[in-house]
Each structure stands twice: as C-alpha cells, then as structure tokens.
Design a protein around this ligand. Structure first.
Ligand SMILES: *Cc1c(COP(=O)(O)O)cnc(C)c1O
Length: 402
C-alpha cells in the first residue's frame, strides 16, 4: 500500500524546461526570470510593485522593515497561524499583539482588532487563513481610523478574492510564500507587493545587501557591462533575501498555470465535501462565504467532541491522526496556536494569554491530504479511513453505561 502525502508539488514538463533553460545560461541570479516572475505577480494582482524574495518569512521581515517598524512598536497578529508571522515581528524588535479569530472564517476578528489597539500600535498584520480572505473593508477602515499600516499575509491565499479584488491588493504591503505545500511553488521563495514606489525601492535594496536602489536591481556588474563605481555601495544594512533565476523560472511557469491549479483544487475540495458530508461528528470547512472567493490552500476539518464524559478534543484528534497514519495517510494539525508554542509561551506577549476561539478550534483541527494532483481514489481512501477511525474511537471512548 502506498501512502497518501499531506501535500505534493505539481511540476510539469514546462517547469522542468524553464529551469533547465536557466542552467544553460550564465545568469543564475538577478536576471530576466526574476523580472518576468515579478512582472507576472504584479500583473496578476494589479499592483505595480512586486519584489520577489527568498521566502515568505523574508517577505514579512522586509515588509515590517520597509515600514520602519521596530522597537517599541506593536503589531496586531493572529495566533491561529504559522509561527513565522510572530517571528518576523520579533526580528525587527517589535511586539506582536495576539488577537483572537472569527470562528467561521478563522481570520482576525475586526471587533477584537480594534479593542487591541494602543498608542504603540503601528500595523495590523492580517493573514488570509487557509486561503479564505479576511474582512478587508472593515480592517482597512479600522487602520485608517487609527492611522495604522496594513500588511496582508497572503502566503496561503494567492488567487483568493474579497469583493472581487485579489487578496494581496488591499494592504500597504502584501506578502506571498511559495514553499512546496503552497498553491504554487518556487521550491523556496516569496514575493512582496506594494503600490508605493518608495516602499518597493526600499524592499529591493533591503533584499540585496542594502545596495542603492539602482544597483540592487541588476547584476550588470557581474557581467562587466557597467561601471563598477557603485557595486559596493551599501546605503544601509540589508540582507540577502534574493530569489534565484532557477526559482524565479519555476515560479513564472507555475503562475502561468494558476487558473488551472486553483480550479483543480476547488474541485478537490468539493469532492471532499461530498465524500465527508455524511460522516457524523466532523465539521467541514465552508466552501462559500459571502463576498469571498476561496483559494484552496489546505483542506481542514474540525472533529467533534466525543460523547459526554469522553476524551478532550485534542486527544481525540490525535487518535484520529494516528489511526489515519496507520493506513499511510498523512495529516497535520493546522494550526497549533503561536502563543502556546514552546518558543513563544513564556514571552511577555504570550504569557497567560487566553484566546478562546483560537484554542478551542486548534484543538479540533485536522488537515487532510490535499494537493493539485490528488486523485478521487485517494480522496475516497481518506474518507473511508476517516469514517472508520471516528466510528471506532467514538465507540471506544464512549462512557460506559451502568
Ligand atoms: C507559508 C506561510 C508563510 C511563509 O513561509 P515560508 O516557509 O517562510 O515561505 C508565512 N505565513 C503564513 C501564514 C504561511 O502559511
């Protein structure tokens, strides 16, 4: 029996050809593929400034730096998300302020955002969780009212729409990630979008060792075609967060296939919906929400509680996960709250914090295998194994009747 992975990249001959073609050139960094990938991201989102970087996390770091956020600043973030969100705030010396989520969309609750604002708040870092867009109109209104910046973490949401506008086109800055489990991949990589040409220039400089903006754009000097006078001019302390030509070529082809990829993922989500709808004791993710078009990143179900007197929800979830693993089916907890992570739980930003929806939902979530090329047969196997596991565990954990 071959196993079913949680995720898998979808690489066609076109990607292989594009990456191979780069290898036959002398330009392996800062070349035409980077420019083409950035132009593609800009065009797809209708946002002129697109700066590709080496990871989504690098993009979050640069977005915060470009806004001048640092020590003494607070940034509002969710805890029900990937740990990189809080880590990036930490990198710049600022304080993450963890805010609870809406239990339906799993995104930051605008009412709670507003309650968390203090005189030190500088930005709202809003994540479009699992590809479901956050309530961007209300979040932007709150940001305007309090003169805050909005950074969108669209790493899970490429192609999602809110009011027919693409996720990533609402914020002062928006960050995308292209790790292999994302809708499209560059192996490792990310991209920051902004309409502000000054922010875009700053991002280009920071990702390339703080070189002056013009110098940061090109690799001309490496090819001896330009005067060398400014090559080692570093206007500020920067980073090496560049995306290689190989990765950019991969991203360019993946982006050209995005419509096909997103519709395949939507069809797979709908197939799960049909297969799992009859199983008692699990809650399926919403497939349609007002004003939104979802970009399917992962397929996450919530397990119910065992009958009264039974196990804690997280213990039940862990047993279902183990049962599926015994059938070779990979699953994952999405997400373990950041404020409860060992790396964060004793930080002043997290210590003693209770986030009711975040904690209750995180105890019950289980991400099922979900990727571009998942077959209906694989999905049927998952549904069968999940149904059997739940039935068995409910029976085993039922309190004995006297
Ligand atoms: C994937 C992801 C990132 C970026 O991760 P990298 O591994 O650094 O590319 C950032 N935020 C969220 C919410 C993500 O899901």
């Amino acid at each position: 029996m071959t196993g079913i992975p949680l995720s898998a990249p979808d690489i066609t001959q076109a990607e292989i050809d594009a990456v191979t073609a780069v290898l036959r050139t002398n330009r392996l960094s800062l070349g035409p593929e980077l420019e083409a990938f950035e132009a593609g991201m800009a065009a797809y989102h209708g946002v002129r400034g697109a700066v590709a970087v080496s990871s989504g996390t690098a993009g979050l770091h640069l977005a915060l730096l470009a806004l001048g956020i640092g020590e003494g600043c607070e940034v509002i973030v969710p805890s029900f998300t990937f740990v990189a969100v809080a880590n990036a705030v930490h990198y710049v010396g600022a304080t993450p302020v963890f805010v609870d989520i809406d239990p339906v969309t799993l995104n930051l609750d605008p009412v709670l955002i507003e309650l968390a604002i203090t005189p030190r708040t500088r930005a709202i870092l809003v994540v479009h969780t699992f590809g479901v867009p956050a309530e961007m109109d209300r979040i932007r209104q709150i940001a305007e009212r309090h003169s805050l910046a909005v950074i969108e973490d669209a790493c899970e949401a490429i192609g999602a729409e809110y009011d027919s506008r693409k996720a990533g086109s609402f914020g002062d800055l928006a960050v995308f990630g292209f790790y292999p489990n994302k809708q499209i991949t560059t192996g490792e990589g990310g991209c920051v979008l902004t309409r502000d040409p000054n922010l875009a220039e700053r991002l280009r400089s920071l990702r390339n060792h703080g070189r002056s903006a013009q110098r940061a754009l090109t690799a001309e000097d490496d090819h001896g075609s330009a005067a060398n006078s400014t090559r080692f001019e570093h206007v500020e302390i920067g980073y090496n967060y560049r995306l290689s030509e190989l990765a950019s070529a991969l991203g360019r082809v993946q982006l050209s296939r995005i419509d096909e990829i997103l519709s395949f993922r939507r069809a797979s989500a709908e197939r799960y919906q049909a297969l799992l709808g009859e199983i008692p004791g699990i809650e399926l993710p919403p497939t349609s929400l007002p004003r939104r078009s979802i970009s399917w990143f992962v397929y996450v179900v919530r397990l119910g509680s065992t009958p009264e007197g039974g196990e804690r929800p997280s213990a039940l979830r862990d047993r279902v996960q183990a049962a599926l693993a015994s059938h070779g089916i990979a699953t994952a907890r999405y997400f373990a709250p950041i404020h409860l992570q060992p790396a964060w739980s004793s930080d002043p930003a997290a210590r003693g914090l209770r986030l009711l929806h975040t904690e209750a939902i995180a105890a019950r979530t289980l991400a099922l295998p979900f990727f571009n090329r998942i077959t209906s047969n694989q999905q049927e196997q998952v549904a069968e194994a999940l149904s059997a596991a739940i039935e068995e565990l409910w029976f085993l954990t039922r309190p004995t009747v006297s």
